[in-house]
Design a protein. Structure first.
Length: 591
């Protein structure tokens, strides 16, 4: 289907960003002319000059975010249109120019004495920037002299090359072979691999698994050196900036304490018997003598047919999110009626789904809706992101309106959990109940158990490198294989291929990132439970969190919603949720 065949009501109202390309061109020119920050260099010790710069920076950032939003949305409507590729490229060039002009800002402000920085915190004129200043004060011990900073900056491109090399291997040069699929010879891709692994054809799963991993194991020496180089880069930067470890440096960038990371690892490892049970159940349900890793995504319950068109699915989501109250439901309805959402799959449109937006305009959601259960959850998920953005933007000044990545998946997952609980309570269809319970188990396994397993591997790899131990392919495969056996248990066969799985994970080139998926779902499970068990009071607390933007560190903001990740309880509760769901699933499957 071409875009011009889609009814207007199923297209996002991009005119709310700019009414036309001509208006965009004009706004771009205005943004370009407003880059004038270099003259403030050397003046940040003067409060008046600093405040003027901060406000000027806010105004420019609002402009560039809006022009970039329009360009990226137009590009994603139809990626075949080169005009909007050029628009996004122009925006990126402007952002680079801006970044270069503002490069002096943080180092110069960090050089100011602590008394001056503290005086800014006491000055109401700087209240919009208080959290930004507090984090700068915390980072002061890690600010290095200007000449050292310049050397690190000069090395920046080289240090980032390990990630670039892996990306080229993974997306361009990986020698993935062809397979016979649906009567045609097709080259294996990352997407096709995932699709076949979720199918019920075991022979095809085995074939694609062995050929896919064969491509990585054939390059294992090259990938080992690439990953080892990336870890050594992390060690170098943590020492250059005077951190005790790579983990401390990564967590400080999100303003998160190490106890959150250790709480996560401890709770998940303490609950692994229930994970082992689930893997053993999978083997039993599938009826295999031996279970292999190409079987872990095979369907346990036959697909449930859903015949809901988009409007009915959206109405069902609104109904399912009733525990969040009428105001939340009214905003969801607004999103539908005021065309925040681009619904249909069309030729050239970007695949998948996402939520986007900028300050001063309502959020937008891109979908490629199909009548499946998964896509109903996608509506709830993306609108969770959007309303988090909406509440933060409407309750915080611009400088504090954008929430951190650490909490980015919380609101979206709260919506998914609430919808799932509603669907379970709303149906008497036994097969649908089995499907939903299995869906929930697999969601927790993939987002909590698996990401924590990744986090443990990263921690051990970096700790070894910090001690000066070389990371050979044997070391990395042994470490990953041992951790994998611990997490998955004895009911599954652990082959050489799966011990090399670390070699195909792109997120490992952004150290200590994956744990945030696990903390996000942990917080969401706890918040959803509190909303369902405590009602209005819990909803009020949750709205405080949704409205908080980046007004404080993310762990403190989650406390507003009643979740304290610096304690063990939220993680232990999430693990109990998995076990309770498993008990119910086993009962329904008569295991």
């Amino acid at each position: 289907m071409e875009r011009n065949q889609v009814e207007t009501r199923y297209k996002w109202q991009i005119e709310d960003v700019f009414p036309s390309d001509e208006a965009w061109e004009k706004a771009y020119e205005e943004a370009e002319k407003s880059i004038d920050f270099a003259s403030y260099s050397g003046k940040l010790g003067d409060k008046a000059a600093l405040l003027e710069l901060l406000k000027k920076n806010d105004e420019f950032s609002k402009k560039i975010e809006r022009v970039y939003l329009y360009a990226s949305m137009k590009h994603d409507e139809d990626t075949r249109v080169s005009k909007y590729n050029a628009y996004t490229a122009k925006c990126m060039a402007l952002i680079s120019k801006y970044s270069a002009e503002m490069a002096f800002f943080e180092p110069e402000l960090a050089e100011q004495d602590k008394a001056y920085l503290n005086s800014l915190l006491e000055d109401k004129a700087f209240s919009d920037y208080d959290y930004q200043i507090k984090t700068l004060i915390k980072r002061k011990p890690h600010v290095i002299p200007e000449n050292e900073e310049r050397l690190v900056a000069l090395a920046g491109e080289t240090l980032g090359s390990f990630s670039d090399i892996f990306s080229m291997i993974d997306n361009a040069d990986l020698p993935l072979p062809e397979i016979e699929y649906e009567g045609k010879k097709v080259k294996i891709s990352h997407g096709l691999y995932g699709m076949i692994l979720h199918s019920s054809d075991r022979e095809k799963r085995k074939e694609v698994y062995e050929k896919y991993y064969g491509a990585y194991t054939g390059l294992i020496n090259t990938i080992t050196q690439t990953y080892y180089g990336n870890v050594k880069k992390d060690v170098f930067l943590s020492r250059a900036y005077k951190y005790n470890s790579c983990l401390e440096r990564a967590l400080s960038s999100e303003d998160v304490k190490e106890v959150v990371y250790t709480n996560l690892l401890k709770a998940v490892k303490g609950s692994l018997p229930s994970m082992h049970r689930y893997i053993a159940d999978r083997k039993k349900i599938l009826g295999y003598d031996k279970l292999y890793f190409y079987d872990v995504y095979a369907p346990l319950v036959s697909d449930v047919e859903v015949k809901m068109n988009y409007d009915d699915a959206y109405a069902y989501v609104i109904k399912g999110l009733a525990p969040l109250g009428k105001d939340y439901q009214a905003l969801l309805k607004r999103g539908h009626d005021e065309r925040w959402i681009d619904v249909e799959e069309t030729a050239g449109k970007r695949s998948g789904a996402y939520s986007t937006g900028c300050f001063g305009v309502h959020p937008f959601v891109l979908l490629n809706y199909q009548p499946t259960i998964s896509d109903i959850f996608t509506i709830a998920h993306e609108m969770g992101h959007s309303l988090h953005t909406y509440f933060s933007a409407h309750n915080q000044p611009y400088a504090k309106s954008d929430y951190r990545i650490f909490v980015a998946e919380v609101a979206s997952t709260v919506n998914e959990v609430l919808l799932l609980k509603f669907m379970l309570a709303d149906t008497e269809d036994t097969n649908l109940r089995k499907y939903l319970l299995n869906y929930y188990l697999d969601t927790i396994r993939a987002t909590l158990h698996r990401q924590t397993m990744f986090a443990e591997f990263e921690y051990e790899a970096h700790t070894r490198a910090e001690k000066g131990e070389p990371l050979t392919k044997e070391v990395l495969c042994d470490v990953y294989g041992r951790i994998g056996k611990e997490y998955y248990g004895d009911a599954i066969e652990h082959d050489y291929n799966i011990s090399c799985e670390w070699a195909r994970i792109p997120h490992f080139y952004r150290a200590f990132y994956v744990y945030k998926y696990a903390t996000g779902i942990t917080a969401a499970i706890n918040i959803a439970h509190r909303i369902l068990s405590e009602g209005e009071e819990a909803v009020k607390d949750y709205f405080k969190f949704l409205s908080s933007g980046s007004s404080s560190d993310p762990v403190s903001l989650l406390r507003l919603a009643g979740v304290d990740l610096e304690t063990a309880e939220p993680f232990e509760f999430a693990m109990r949720e998995f076990e309770d769901t498993l008990n119910e699933f086993e009962k329904m499957m008569k295991l």
